[in-house]
Design a protein around this ligand. Structure first.
Ligand code: GDD
Ligand code: MN
Length: 358
């Protein structure tokens, strides 16, 4: 018999939480036809093996095991798409989500809701399971998301929600697989077309293991906000690239100053300063801006040479545009800014396409 509800549970190193979670699901969903799909990103702690052992005795439990990939959002999407039931719920494995809400969420769906969000931030709910700083951060992120993305949900960052599988099938091609923002993405992408119902609950304390929300997840979230706030014009990568560029200017001037202090000819000192600044920018962009696709070994050297070439052409474009703008406007500062902007955008676009290839 096909189940009525599929519970999708993303896991990364959650072995210690599996038994208690599954026992709780059996308790609250007794009498319903349900299945649980765990989506595990090949956790080193053996979560997938533990699930296989459980699944041998308990046919409701399945594990989708992914290799070579990480990401909460992508795991949730694949789990929902693999569901048998027409209705799917997503929840965390660490017992921070109150599973006793599931039957009420299902009831809301049968009463016409198209997306049920379990919220921590509505009267009656709380997020006491977060430590002080995490709690503040979560509230701040929630505000930011509500403002910038114009979503009205009280908890758009919730990892606990329910919707119809066919809604997911429609939205899936447009959803991002990175980071933690799966519900936020569903809300923003469906642009108010899904009828949302919210149910409040109290966010518990993680039972076993550690949170996986790290700096990378945070940067990914900020990236989405910056991109949306600027209508896709500015990305977090570009901001990082531009900041590195500004730091590079300081390196350039400092090197030039030192070179002149050593009585080098201006042209020679300027050339050395330029190479120093380009090298500095390359290394820093490799470590920061493109830390997720960092180059090393021969690729690092090849990238450096390509970067010199790109920046050289960028400088030529900079001077050319500035010269043209100066004759058009006769405002030296406007011409200077125009040249610098064109140069920066050129360097960014070309190095992104040819050096770090994203
Ligand atoms: N498959 C997979 N891949 N699962 C993951 C990954 C991943 O890369 N990263 C995290 N998970 C799983 C965890 O194993 C857990 O079951 C669930 O996703 C939530 O991860 P936590 O690491 O426990 O997140 P949190 O408790 O710090 O964050 C909470 O707040 C966020 C923001 O408000 C959760 O409720 C999130 O869902 C929520 O987005
Ligand atoms: Mn958690």
């Amino acid at each position: 018999m096909a189940p009525d509800l599929t519970v999708v549970i993303p896991t990364f190193n959650e072995r210690g939480n599996l038994q208690p979670l599954i026992a709780r699901l059996h308790r609250v969903l007794a009498g319903l036809a349900w299945e649980a799909i765990f989506v595990d990103d090949n956790s080193p702690d053996g979560t997938a093996d533990a699930l296989r052992a459980i699944g041998r005795l308990d046919p409701r439990i399945r594990c989708l095991r992914r290799v070579g990939r990480r990401g909460l959002a992508g795991a949730c999407i694949e789990g929902m798409l693999a569901a048998q039931a027409p209705v799917v719920a997503v929840m965390d494995a660490d017992l921070q989500h109150d599973e006793s809400l599931l039957p009420r969420m299902l009831e809301a769906m049968s009463q016409g809701a198209e997306l049920v969000v379990a919220t921590r931030y509505a009267p009656g709910g709380d997020a006491d399971g977060f430590s002080g700083w995490r709690g503040l951060g979560s509230r701040l992120a929630t505000r930011l998301a509500q403002r910038v993305l114009k979503v009205t949900s009280s908890d758009p960052m919730s990892g606990f929600f329910m919707l119809r599988r066919d809604s997911v099938e429609q939205l899936a091609p447009k959803l991002s697989t990175q980071g933690f923002k799966i519900l936020l993405d569903i809300l923003a992408t469906s642009r108010g077309r899904l009828k949302v119902t919210e149910l409040t609950y109290s966010f518990g304390v993680r039972q076993s293991g550690d949170s996986k929300l790290d700096n990378r997840v945070l940067m990914d979230f900020l990236g989405l906000i910056v991109a949306k706030a600027t209508g896709g014009l500015v990305s977090l990568r570009f901001l990082s690239f531009a900041t590195v560029g500004a730091a590079g200017l300081v390196v350039h001037l400092a090197t030039l100053r030192v070179g002149l202090a050593f009585d080098l000819r201006f042209l020679v000192a300027q050339a050395i300063a330029t190479v120093a600044a380009m090298t500095f920018n390359y290394v820093l962009n490799n470590v920061l801006t493109y830390r997720d696709r960092r180059l090393s070994g021969w690729a690092f050297l090849r990238g450096l040479l390509a970067f010199y070439l790109i920046c050289g052409l960028g400088a030529a474009a900079n001077v050319g545009v500035a010269d043209w703008a100066f004759y058009q406007t006769e405002r030296w500062w406007l011409a200077g800014i125009a040249g610098a902007c064109i140069g920066a955008v050129w360097n960014y676009a070309m190095s992104r396409a040819l050096v770090w290839k994203d």
